[in-house]
Design a protein around this ligand. Structure first.
Ligand SMILES: [Zn+2]
Length: 283
């Protein structure tokens, strides 16, 4: 049982009297915008974080002054800002749904691939249990459109997700292993080079630093993997969109074709940029 609706009624009545206009107050759990005020003609709709119900009287007064005079009520604004800052700290980190770790797919076990990659490339740089934080992404949650993100690394939870479209026999093992490698390289490099957040977008812009690019290019299967990517990207996208197995996968490339693609660094880079878009969250 919550007394919030009753308190909201009380606040609505009081604010209406103080501001001399109809005010409807709602309390909620919004963390980002703890005050949202919307005018509908003369009446005012006010959404407040529920912590306002415990605010001291001077904060409540400041809120009224701010609603009446806006930024002109400088002292009220300052008091309100201070209290919101303090209150936001007590809210703590947002709760997120726990992630189900599912490394075993139909065709590949990404934990096994992570174990291999760690041993081969990151022995002392990643914790031994890193494989327990590598999972297939959930199937069918986000429809693929023009591009596809084959893997992601989430810094906050130290979590690697691999796109389930790769979990099929038409995708060669070395390629899935490469995608696991790419994301684990984020786990290594992003630990020492924390990417700057992109302000105001709510998304962290990921960078592939020169150090990242250098180490990626040193990976044994790098040119074969980028060549496979280039040859099969369309089939992968079709498969991700339709949910049907990949058809027409070009499993092998001739040595000449491999030479051409891996020699053409810029082409490989284009494929890279497409598969691991820099602007996506926690890639
Ligand atoms: Zn990346």
């Amino acid at each position: 049982m919550s007394a919030l609706p009753a308190i909201a009624d009380e606040w609505s009545a009081e604010l209406s009297a103080q501001l001399e206009r109809p005010v409807r107050v709602h309390f909620g759990n919004a963390r980002r915008n703890v005050i949202v005020a919307k005018a509908h003609g003369r009446s005012l709709e006010l959404r407040l974080n529920r912590h306002f119900t415990t605010a001291p009287p001077d904060v409540r007064d400041a809120l009224v002054k701010w609603l009446r005079s806006g930024r002109r009520a400088a002292r009220a604004c300052k008091r309100l800002d201070e209290w919101i800052d303090e209150m936001s700290k007590t809210l703590g980190a947002p709760q997120r749904r726990p992630v189900k770790i599912e490394p075993r797919g139909d065709a590949y076990n990404v934990a096994e691939l992570a174990r291999e990659v760690r041993a081969a490339c990151f022995a002392d740089e990643l914790p031994e249990d890193i494989e327990t934080r590598v999972t297939w992404g959930r199937r069918g949650t986000v429809p693929a459109r023009r591009s596809i993100q084959l893997g992601s690394y989430e810094f906050e939870r130290d979590l690697v997700r691999i796109h389930p479209v790769l979990d099929q026999p038409a995708v060669p093992r070395f390629f899935v292993r490469y995608v696991v490698f790419h994301e684990l390289l984020h786990a290594v490099v992003d630990r020492t080079e924390v990417p700057a957040p992109t302000r105001g977008r709510g998304k962290r812009r990921v960078h592939h630093s020169p150090e990242f690019r250098r180490r990626e290019a040193a990976y044994a299967d790098w040119s074969a993997a980028t060549a496979w990517q280039e040859a099969n990207i369309k089939a992968l996208l079709r498969s991700a969109r339709s949910g049907k197995p990949m058809r027409g996968a070009r499993a092998t490339l001739s040595a000449a074709a491999k030479e051409t693609v891996s020699g053409a660094k810029s082409l490989a880079k284009v494929a890279q940029g497409w598969l691991f878009p820099d602007s996506l969250t926690d890639d």
